[in-house]
Design a protein around this ligand. Structure first.
Ligand SMILES: Cc1ncc(COP(=O)(O)O)c(C=O)c1O
Length: 408
């Protein structure tokens, strides 16, 4: 495998050429990424040429509908699932909320769901609310020092009452990559379905969800170089079982069953731009000529290798620093480049100081109230979070490390 051509990558993101952003290094990517050009081009084209009700028999409408179908088909292929197993909703939080309503109707009082205290609230709170209907909620807890989830602890929580196990591919503050396939196998062996929040992982390379194995996989396209959409994979066996949450006459169509709102046509269509971007990277770097899954895997591996090389110096620079607590592992291969730091002062104030050195980052709880509380982090101070992706350059990492030297 070659190395990522960072100049080529950055040329696909208009933000890097934007005059008002020059000198500013973006380190809040876990909050939302820059948008790639193919997505922006498709959005503009949709709004200028196809902004009509789709799927009617006139040309602009036919093109609009075709582009929406193309987005679902190509993204599903990239994720290694059937086209109708992928649906788009307004956000991951709303997608989870709708799913939780379906489980609320399907499950019986006394049955159980396993949630973690490592998750972002989006994959935690909606499930915990099912306790109001007599569903037992069991919490798979992190190690308070390391923030890690231990699969052996999950085994102790499982029995024949458990219908669903929810956990993150990686947390948005701990960032350790959880062994999804291993955990899924444990849950499946106990007869439970699996719901994985992939929001913090997918920006670092789209996974092959079909091979990973969960029944539900969620991520947010506005963090994966795309438009503001929640993407939700629901494997057919589970989707057919859960009660329909859409209009009664749409219930037979899997990709409509759990997205009751009318879709955002332009943003669904523009989501095909994420697949264009993967294709551009694959072809430019001499990846496999065919097979969406293989091409996606090739690009995933390129992105990860670049990120790991840039991440290790950041971890090394903070891990032994006085008055800094690095949240999550200190080895780059084990984690996403989302680095949360607990400091002995207010993290937002530190972020404001970093901004004076051209670093765009934030401080707070990042809706990860449960994991930070479990790890004993003072929520009043919050954590500073610096997060990057494959499009981040070595120069930007140097800029960050110099700013750390001045501010931390
Ligand atoms: C790990 C994780 N899960 C879920 C969400 C919620 O996603 P959305 O904003 O699409 O509802 C976020 C958002 O920051 C997140 O970081």
């Amino acid at each position: 495998m070659g190395t990522l051509d960072i100049d080529f990558v950055r040329a696909q993101f208009p933000a890097f050429a934007e005059p008002s952003l020059q000198g500013q290094a973006f380190f809040e990517n876990a909050g939302g990424s820059y948008t790639c050009k193919p997505v922006l081009d498709r959005l503009t084209r949709f709004y200028t040429q196809r902004k009509v009700q789709p799927y009617a028999p006139y040309e602009a409408s036919r093109l609009a509908g075709e582009e929406m179908d193309e987005a679902r088909m190509r993204m599903a292929a990239l994720l290694g699932v059937d086209t109708d197993e992928l649906s788009f909703g307004p956000s991951t939080t709303q997608n989870t909320y709708v799913l939780a309503q379906a489980f609320r109707q399907w499950m019986k009082p006394g049955e159980a769901i396993v949630v973690t205290n490592q998750d972002h609230e989006a994959n935690s709170g909606p499930w915990r609310r099912l306790a109001e209907d007599g569903i037992e909620i069991r919490e798979w807890q992190i190690d308070p020092e390391t923030g890690a989830l231990n699969p052996a602890d999950l085994e102790n929580l499982l029995d024949d009452k458990v219908r669903l196990v929810c956990f993150p591919h990686c947390s948005n503050v701990v960032a350790e990559i959880n062994p999804v396939t291993e955990i899924t196998a444990i849950a499946h062996a106990a007869g439970a379905f699996v719901c994985v929040d992939g929001v913090s992982y997918a920006p670092h390379g789209f996974p092959n969800v079909g091979e990973l194995g969960p029944d539900i996989y969620l991520f947010s396209a506005y963090k994966t170089y795309g438009p503001h959409q929640g993407c939700m994979v629901i494997r057919r066996a589970l989707g057919d079982l859960l009660p329909n949450q859409a209009h009664f006459f749409n219930g037979d169509v899997l990709y409509k069953r759990f997205t009751p709102a009318g879709p955002d046509h332009a943003q669904v269509a523009a989501s095909a731009g994420m697949a264009d971007y993967v294709d551009l990277l694959c072809d430019h770097h001499g990846g496999p000529a065919s097979g969406a899954g293989e091409r996606g895997q090739f690009v995933h591996d390129l992105m990860r290798a670049h990120e790991i090389a840039l991440l290790q110096p950041v971890l090394d620079a903070v891990k032994d620093r006085n008055a800094v607590r690095l949240i999550g592992p200190a080895e780059a291969e084990r984690r996403a480049p989302t680095v949360a730091l607990a400091l002995n002062r207010n993290a937002e104030e530190v972020a404001a100081e970093l901004a004076q050195h051209g670093i765009m980052a934030g401080g707070g709880d990042f809706y990860a109230v449960r994991p930070l509380t479990a790890m004993g982090v003072d929520l009043g101070q919050g954590v500073l979070r610096v997060s990057f992706t494959h499009y981040t350059s070595r120069d930007e990492i140097d800029q960050l490390l110099q700013a750390f030297d001045r501010v931390l």
